[in-house]
Design a protein around this ligand. Structure first.
Ligand SMILES: [Zn+2]
Length: 258
């Protein structure tokens, strides 16, 4: 195959790169919003062929500033986010099989995590409750790469058992907010969980960091030396250009792993 006719020629030139490790990965993406769009785009461009996207929501116009797969027509027609991404995915990587599960992730059968069907899960979610749900179910079964953004700031954390998990760093105030969210009226819900400010630039940075962590995990320490974010989180501030990495401590009272 000529050097310009192989879709993955340029990345294979990275010293130690193992394209087969990347292509063979089976990825589960929770959330088909801003981060979900970017994460799936990156996975497809790397050559990942097996992707399943979980999201129950429909496209609205306010998604269009940061969702590369969505068009105004999708908002007009109120198309399901996961379905739209799955449909457009093969335009980026014709070899990919991208499945959409249009369902609230809290209603998924638990065996999606422990059946051995998936190697990696990406949390591309906008609320702590959904994150903790995925974290609790994925722990010990599937490596979880969590991303979050607000305005110019973003955060990425990787959980791979026996590492500390997302819930290890949840404090009393977070639990109180969660309790209020699940116990109050819709009106209160808006107070607790307002629409967050969101930029396409921060989204692109955070999704790139998430998928970059996936690349490192998929190489499993082979090919090139790499320092992963397993058991740590990276915090990015696009205004000050600060990029900081913090270790997460395993909390004894964490309900996920005791
Ligand atoms: Zn924990």
């Amino acid at each position: 195959m000529g050097i310009d006719s192989d879709q993955w020629d340029r990345q294979k030139r990275v010293s130690g790169w193992r394209q087969e490790n990347v292509e063979g990965a089976r990825c589960l993406v929770f959330g088909a919003g801003a981060l979900g769009n970017e994460v799936v785009k990156n996975l497809l461009q790397l050559g990942v062929k097996d992707i399943t996207i979980v999201d129950y929501d429909r496209v609205v116009r306010a998604n269009l500033n940061r969702c590369v797969f969505f068009t105004p027509a999708d908002a007009e027609n109120e198309n399901y986010k996961a379905t739209v991404i799955a449909r457009r995915a093969t335009e980026v990587n014709p070899l990919a099989r991208v499945n959409a599960i249009v369902k609230n992730l809290e209603l998924l059968p638990a065996d999606i995590y422990f059946s051995g069907r998936f190697d990696y899960a990406f949390a591309c979610l906008d609320n702590l409750g959904a994150r903790l749900h995925v974290n609790a179910h994925a722990y010990g079964h599937v490596a979880l790469i969590d991303g979050g953004t607000t305005g110019f700031s973003g955060k990425v954390q990787v959980v791979a058992s026996p590492s500390p998990c997302l819930e290890c760093s949840v404090n009393k105030r977070d639990y109180q907010l969660l309790w209020r969210k699940y116990s109050c009226t819709g009106e209160m819900l808006d107070l607790v969980d307002p629409k967050m400010p969101a930029l396409p630039t921060t989204t692109a940075v955070v999704a790139a960091l998430q998928v970059n962590e996936f690349v490192k995990l998929a190489h499993g320490g082979q090919g090139f030396p790499a320092d992963s974010l397993v058991g740590k989180y990276a915090f990015f501030n696009g205004l000050s250009n600060k990029f900081s990495v913090f270790s997460v401590s395993k909390r004894k009272s964490c309900p996920v792993h005791g």
